[in-house]
Write a protein that binds this ligand. Sequence first.
Ligand SMILES: [Zn+2]
Length: 329
Amino acid sequence: MSTIKRVNAAHQNFFGRCKDPKAKKKGSPKFKRSVRSVTWNLRKHKLKTGERVRQNPIRGTGARLNRLKVPKLGEVKIRQHRPLIGDPKEVTLKKTARGWYCFIVCEVPDTLRCVPKSACGVDVGTHDFLTTSDGETTPNPRFYRTAERKLAKLQRVLSRRQRGSNRWYKARVALAKQSDIVACQRLDFIAKTAYSLFHHKGFDAVVAEKLKPSNMIKNRYLAKSISDAAWGMFFDWCDWVAKRDRKHFHQVPSHQTSQTCSQCCQKSKVKLGLAQRVFHCPSCGLKLDRDHNAALNILHRAACALRGEVWDTILYETRNPLLQQACWG
Ligand SMILES: [Zn+2]
């Protein structure tokens, strides 16, 4: 079933590109090597009580390693990282440079979220990965930048070897392994950061800005740093952790969050450059770290959205006491 779905998606996308006059290449669907990934659906079976449930693909052995039941192959030893939640639906085996991974999709029933008692706004950036509205920062680990020289060396070795030879194949695997290490480091960091926001820092609701990293990486000076930070992945993880643990995660529009004063809601007249780390408000004299100021603005925006107000510049101006004085007297 999942194979049919993917073939259908590939063809629908191809037809879409054929109709689109802007698409440069039509790119017809191609066959992929079957060894890259294997997916299968788990069937439902009837219990004696009449209930229909899906069979758990994992056989607990009581020993250190559990076993996964793979169709046409039998049971395979696996190292299970976390217990399954909900009803398992689909299993995917994926081959990467460093081994095989197994993904199990589970159906989880909707649960009621908690009543939020504490909330925090977070601003993401390339200087500090995360700044909360309490002023706490998490430094950006820059995994790709750290491994860049290593990757370049491996890339160079690969390009100098005879294409298709044994040594070329070895160099290719070495490069793929290093890239995989960087990806895993990033995933680990993001998962832990998202978890700590809700659990170690103890916030019931986390608010972030709605960014479009795909548009932002068009800036060729910042593209590598933005891709390395992987904000989109971080927001996805926050959303997932919030759903799982009955917490809240919201995203608010991001325009002018770093250009507006969080105390008097006045927009800065001169655009604050990326190198300027301190926001200085000429109206009320507020001096604050630019990311902290943005995080506070994000939190205010979420509070307004909760009250049903629309956040725009008009609202800023009506709220601003200095401007009101100018208007009314
Ligand atoms: Zn101000």
